[in-house]
Design a protein around this ligand. Sequence first.
Ligand SMILES: Cc1cc2nc3c(=O)[nH]c(=O)nc-3n(C[C@H](O)[C@H](O)[C@H](O)COP(=O)(O)OP(=O)(O)OC[C@H]3O[C@@H](n4cnc5c(N)ncnc54)[C@H](O)[C@@H]3O)c2cc1C
Length: 388
Amino acid sequence: MDSYDFIVIGGGMMGAPCARYLAETGRSVALVAAPEPEDVQSWTGPFGSHFDAARITRHVAADPDWALASARAIARYADLEARSGQRIFHETGALMAGPTDGPLADWTRGFRQVAAGVPGATMLDTAEVRARLGLALPPGSIASYEATSGGWMDPRAMRQASQALAVQAGATLYTQHARARDDSTVTLADGTRIGADHVIVATGPHAASDGLLPARPALKVWARTIAFAELSEAEGARLAAMPSVIWAPEGWDHDLYMLPPVRYPDGKLYLKIGGQVDSPRIESAADMTAWFRSGGDAAVADRLLAEMRAVLPGLTTVRTMPGPCAVVWSATGYPYIERLSDRVTVLCGGNGASAKCGDEWGRLGAIAATGGRLNGEGYACDFRAVWA
Ligand SMILES: Cc1cc2nc3c(=O)[nH]c(=O)nc-3n(C[C@H](O)[C@H](O)[C@H](O)COP(=O)(O)OP(=O)(O)OC[C@H]3O[C@@H](n4cnc5c(N)ncnc54)[C@H](O)[C@@H]3O)c2cc1C
């Protein structure tokens, strides 16, 4: 049986960087990373939250700890790009807008406070956003705009970069899923058993139900619908200066997000919108498979697309379609990053916002797994796990 100092299970936005950090500090590491499914209808392995071409990245957040994690992760994109040859960051700018009264007033107050300390972030009102960026936000919105330090990142490129650099530093990559963990022995899908002094479980939306942790973490996994709008090349060129946008539509009690035109692997340009809240819960691997095979909820996608059109006056689309995704909410609002025993560390709970800063959560995961303390890392949060 091959044996390592550490086994990291899950090679997504948090697990792959964690493996990289451990390998780059000279530990022997196995990264057990299930691949992204090529055909969801026949796929029987685990799913993930990062199977996409683009995720919003920004310094501004409603919470200072999330802002700090993002700032640290964003500051490392260039080094990761240079060392891996992957293009991770696309500097289109990022806008975060909300109302100053109503149920989202605290959220708006939170990101305004954070934005005041972000170099390059400027505050704009509804009219200024319309004049400068062409976006029609609800009246009374106030927006922080990061013209250069925000935009979107490519989660597949990030995963590729982190995994490749981990391997370059000596890690062994197993491109299959882990079926079981017994203490610090892990059984892979093909029956291979590998051992380690310590195992890190970073299985994203599966961590709540896959039995790889000693107990069930308090995580809510939601089956979310996103909507895509395919654009002509001309419409894509017209919207080329559009930033990533997070905003609260008029009368809504939660925010939505939208990516600017992004070229997908099929060669076409798409806008993407998401941010549903009233979605079904996923409780098991079987629920997850059924949800991804369903292709998402067309009625939810229609509601999202109506809001996309409201913000982008005159938008013309070639076609639109729904898509499925799964997001994970923790009980604390922060990831769970905790060494639970000599044998196992938990690293999960992305809260719908950890693609951009998964590199920082992975770094904290490596510190925790090696017995280090997180309370000297500058965060107010202790990242302790809560159990169901
Ligand atoms: C539609 C959508 C939009 C989002 N938008 C944004 C955004 O704009 N900005 C942002 O920052 N974040 C965004 N997020 C959130 C972000 O993608 C997640 O927070 C992040 O991916 C969580 O990282 P993770 O490592 O915990 O999980 P994941 O990235 O899902 O990684 C988990 C990995 O574990 C693997 N795995 C699972 N089980 C096993 C097993 N048994 N053995 C081996 N491997 C296993 C999976 O295949 C997967 O690769 C979005 C999420 C969704 C779904």
